[in-house]
Design a protein around this ligand. Structure first.
Ligand code: ZN
Length: 221
């Protein structure tokens, strides 16, 4: 049994996923988070079981304006279970990346082509077909701080390896942090182990200082 995560993914993302209305990058985030959190998986299955009528009444801010047919097609479950339950069918206890991410990237952390972006930070930007949000894999050296920054849109971070501290909150594997316009922060990776995260952003971040602005151009966020 996997541990219950301390900072689980929110219902609004699970509902959007169940309804099939999230941008592609968010879908990947949800599928990956759920694969690491049995409680979130159960909540998602609950939303999927609710069916279309109830989901239609739930207001979820970041959703696209899709047709009822698209919602119903998604709720009826074509292809969903394969993604979410991938780890159940093909368990790989030693993999760092959960099944949905390995499928999206075509490998695990040690076989992927990382790009250095300064200060020992490496990243892989995932192909973004719908242009509404960007997903990236970030690897941050142990003890390294990310540049202090605010957010124009919403940034969702899922920890896959190691851990980071943001203020007095610690995020470890399976934990999700959501930062929006109101948040300015400087996450710091735990000492002793690289921290690998899946980060999804839906608008360019605005960094607060010149050097981070340059880093931002390298990071393309
Ligand atoms: Zn942030």
């Amino acid at each position: 049994m996997r541990r219950n995560v301390e900072h689980p993914i929110g219902d609004e993302f699970l509902i959007g996923y169940a309804a099939g209305l999230l941008p592609e990058a968010y879908d990947l985030m949800v599928a990956t988070a759920v694969s690491l959190d049995d409680d979130a998986r159960a909540r998602l299955e609950g939303f999927e079981a609710m069916g279309g009528a109830l989901l239609q009444e739930v207001e979820v801010a970041p959703l696209r304006d899709d047709s009822f047919d698209a919602v119903m097609a998604r709720i009826n479950g074509a292809g969903r279970a394969d993604t979410v339950h991938g780890d159940v069918k093909t368990p790989r206890p030693n993999a760092v990346l959960p099944q949905p991410l390995r499928e999206a990237l075509g490998g695990d952390v040690d076989t992927l082509r990382w790009r250095g972006v300064g200060m020992g930070v490496k990243q892989i930007v995932l192909a973004d077909s719908d242009g509404e949000a960007t997903a990236r894999l970030l690897s941050i050296p142990g003890g390294q701080a990310m540049p202090d920054h605010g957010h124009v849109g919403t940034e969702i971070t899922l920890v896959l390896k190691g851990a980071f501290l943001d203020g007095d909150r610690r995020y470890a594997r399976g934990d999700v942090e959501v930062a929006d316009d109101a948040v300015e922060h400087m996450p710091v990776a735990d000492i002793g182990e690289d921290c690998i995260c899946l980060v999804v952003t839906d608008a360019p971040l605005r960094f607060n200082k010149l050097i981070p602005r340059i880093a931002q151009r390298f990071l393309n966020i």
